[in-house]
Design a protein around this ligand. Structure first.
Ligand code: FAD
Ligand code: NAP
Length: 477
């Protein structure tokens, strides 16, 4: 069907215009994590001519797959191969080192593209809001993860591991990740892609004990079975669990859905039963330990006279509310947990990259229905900025595919008018050139990738990440 504007044009001109320009839907995706790549993959697969341009603020693609997923879980990063296949398609362009909301505005993208997909994740912290939170060595797990994964903005944070005791607030999979990295032997970590400077700090670490503090009970832990099993079997390390915390699980377990049942069975077994002989031998010689503390909320980080962290004051909690939806209520009963490092791991948080965006501060997401941003035709979201910072790569894939299908459906049903000519990246490249922003292409990223892998091979590891932005730009020339 012809658009009204084209019906006014001479016949021949209409044809040329429609084939060469107007009928090519120009789509852009902001963010190159799993959400961005799975959305792009879906659009390219289900539309024969759509052009997809991906803007990424870093010179490197892949979001949390590169900078979040734990370095000792390299196999999880295999999805990068699928993302690379998408990136190498003719109708796809990667524009790295471009920060939306800073180098280019959302309005400029909306002007240049028929459809704009925001897939920029949830990369902010959730603070505890307690006194002492600003002390040195009180860090968000997000920063700590960024540090050991070589994220440029966290490469130089000050982490002092000259303490025998660390506390992690929160009992999700990120909390487990950071605890495991603190407790894993350096000989194992050396073979991962943790940057050499971080390995040097970890090699000097005196941390022997990590306590994960939860505000609710063992039946409410947010980590999953695979991650718990790894902790139970961690070489050189043993669990130190208070049996009385777990007795009541025996009555709860039979009525739970299967994944939860298996998780809590393992937890109860670890706390209440003798380990098998092989584990018992390993625990007997272990030099490090991990523990879980329940029904506690941090109320203050305490400092010694020299200003360093000396402990965490915790309020004991009671649970209130309907079964399955219990909330933690703090009591006046307090206790102190001695430690020299506090990592808060209570979830990530999304933010609005542009003041014009609708934003729900309660969920820290952009309100949407199946990826369509409410009241904004042609604007879409996918991944953590759409769903909140929950779920694994697989659930983010589902979100990306749903949004990708919505983008294509709207183009096909003309809910998005592709007859209106849009310049796509040509317009944005002009804006960026005027601002002196140097774009990193996918080919240029691959040069940096090669460099990192060669440097890693010399050290017997998958890669040695470059963590300095200037150096990254030099190597991706
Ligand atoms: P992200 O992966 O965060 O990608 C967002 C991208 O947008 C980033 O590249 C970012 O640089 C870019 N960006 C941000 N702002 C802008 C801007 N203004 N302009 C341009 N670009 C921008 N899942 C698993 O299945 N297995 C695991 O082992 C696992 N480990 C995890 C470990 C950690 C520490 C965390 C936090 C999560 C982990 N997950 C894991 C979950 C998984 O990482 C997420 O489900 C997934 O990465 C979310 O994808 P996303 O694309 O929404 O966000
Ligand atoms: P999460 O799973 O939501 O866990 C957050 C934890 O913080 C929960 O224990 C929560 O307890 C606690 N918490 C929240 N607010 C708190 C507060 N104010 N005070 C005290 N405790 C508080 O978040 P996450 O660990 O950041 O992980 C994010 C997502 O990434 C998850 O879906 C996770 O599975 C995924 N991920 C997966 C892997 C993997 O597959 N290996 C690794 C890392 C991350 P309540 O339950 O009481 O709220």
């Amino acid at each position: 069907m012809l658009g009204a504007s084209r019906m006014l044009m001479p016949r021949g001109a209409v044809l040329v215009h429609s084939v060469c320009m107007s009928t090519v839907p120009q789509v852009c995706v902001v963010g190159s994590g799993p959400a961005g790549f799975y959305t792009a993959q879906q659009i390219l697969k289900s539309h024969a001519s759509a052009q997809v341009d991906m803007y990424e603020k870093l010179p490197t693609p892949f979001g949390l797959v590169r900078y979040g997923v734990a370095p000792d879980h390299q196999e999880v990063k295999n999805c990068i191969h699928t993302f690379t296949q998408t990136a190498l398609q003719d109708r796809f362009t990667f524009l790295g080192n471009v920060e939306v909301g800073c180098d280019v505005t959302l309005d400029q993208l909306r002007e240049a593209y028929h459809s704009v997909v925001l897939a920029y994740g949830a990369a902010e912290d959730r603070p505890l809001g307690i006194p002492g939170e600003m002390l040195p060595n009180v860090l968000s797990a997000r920063c700590f993860v960024g540090w050991y994964n070589g994220l440029p903005e966290d490469a130089n944070i000050n982490v002092n591991l000259d303490t025998d005791s660390a506390v992690v607030v929160g009992q999700g999979n990120v909390a487990i990740d950071v605890a495991r990295i603190l407790l894993t032997s350096i000989d194992i970590l050396k073979k991962t892609d943790i940057p050499e400077s971080v390995l040097a700090s970890l090699a000097e670490s005196r941390v022997k004990r990590v306590t994960l503090v939860g505000r609710r009970g063992p039946e409410h832990v947010a980590f999953t079975i695979k991650e718990l099993r790894e902790m139970v079997n961690l070489a050189g390390c043993r669990p130190s669990l208070q049996p009385s915390d777990y007795q009541h699980l025996r009555h709860l377990i039979p009525n739970l859905p299967r994944p939860r049942k298996r998780l809590l069975e393992l937890l109860a077994k670890t706390a209440l039963e003798e380990p098998n002989p092989k584990l018992a031998a390993s625990y007997a010689s272990a030099v490090r330990q991990w523990s879980l503390q329940f029904l506690r909320s941090p109320v203050e980080v305490l400092a010694s006279e020299d200003g360093s962290v000396s402990g965490l004051k915790l309020a004991k909690n009671k649970l209130e509310g309907k079964k399955g939806q219990e909330r933690a209520i703090t009591t006046e009963d307090k206790e102190i947990l001695e430690c020299g490092l506090v990592l808060r791991s209570i979830g990530y948080r999304g933010h609005a990259v542009d003041a014009s965006l609708p934003f729900d501060p309660h969920t820290a997401t952009i309100p949407n229905k199946e990826g369509r941003v409410t009241g904004n035709p042609g604007l879409y979201v996918s991944g953590w900025i759409a769903t909140g910072p929950v779920g694994v790569i697989l659930s983010t894939m589902t979100s990306g595919f749903t949004t990708g299908k919505a983008v294509v459906a709207d183009i096909q049903t003309t809910a998005v008018d592709i007859n209106q000519h849009k310049e796509g990246k040509t317009a944005i490249q002009r804006v960026l050139a005027e601002k002196g922003v140097r774009i990193v292409s996918f080919k240029q990223w691959q040069q940096l990738d090669q460099h990192e892998m060669l440097a890693g091979a010399k050290l017997g590891k998958p890669r040695e990440k470059v963590t300095n932005l200037h150096r990254m730009m030099e190597l991706s020339q």
